[in-house]
Design a protein around this ligand. Structure first.
Ligand code: CDP
Length: 209
């Protein structure tokens, strides 16, 4: 079983991924972390939107890079969306993601990947495609609360602006823009709690088996 879970920032992908992974015994990959690590590596060398710098960072990516300090911060998210718009970077990272999806560790029943283009590009053949979204207001509140809980300084209006800019960049880039696959089950989580979202996702997945 391969579950492809896509959606914009702070839509609830992480929580749903963990719940589905536990329920269906799946290995999980947060593909955003890969782009975040490439973004952070690139910015150490200069401008992350520079093709040469971003491509070098993607080529030299190692598993340990996913544990870089500040990888979950908003700076990393911004750099991630800059390197993510470069086609050669996406190309380099595609093989790693597909390999993970198709070769789960022994003992696991499959894999779940969350990101922006899992259902459309990384794993287009799976029938288990979910697209989770929520209103910009709700997503801003969630991310703002998350940052506060982690002790990071945050200003709500800045979180909103960053999220808007990132949504815009992710949805309008030429290659692999953020968009639901045609056969994805779309769940708007604005008015549902995590448990309710999980129930809806589970119902869809079970209906596909
Ligand atoms: O946690 P959040 O949803 O805010 O972001 P993320 O999933 O960690 O992704 C950070 C950025 O990486 C996104 O804004 C995208 O630009 C990029 N990304 C992507 O292009 N493709 C993916 N499969 C995953 C992330």
């Amino acid at each position: 079983m391969i579950i492809a879970l896509d959606g914009p920032a702070a839509a609830g992908k992480g929580t749903l991924t963990r719940k589905l992974a536990e329920y269906y015994n799946l290995a999980m990959l947060d593909t955003g972390l890969i782009y975040r690590a490439v973004g952070l590596k690139a910015v150490l060398k200069g401008d992350p939107s520079d093709n040469g710098i971003a491509i070098e960072a993607a080529k030299s990516l190692k598993p340990l890079d996913l544990e870089m300090k500040n990888i979950r911060g908003e700076g990393a998210a911004k750099y991630a969306s800059l390197v993510a718009a470069i086609p050669a970077v996406r190309d380099i990272l595609l093989g790693f993601q597909q390999d993970f999806a198709h070769n789960p560790p022994v003992g696991k029943s499959g894999s779940i990947l969350d990101g922006r283009d899992i259902g459309t590009i990384v794993c287009p053949d799976t029938k288990f495609k979910l697209y989770i979204t929520a209103s910009l207001e709700v997503r801003t509140d969630r991310r703002y609360k998350e940052l506060q809980e982690r002790g990071e300084e945050a200003i709500r209006s800045a979180v909103l602006d960053d999220m808007k800019a990132r949504d815009q960049r992710d949805s309008t880039r030429a290659l692999s823009p953020l968009t639901p696959a045609r056969d994805a089950k779309i769940i708007d989580s604005s008015y549902f709690n995590a448990e309710e979202v999980f129930s809806l996702a589970k119902k869809f997945i079970d209906s596909q088996t």
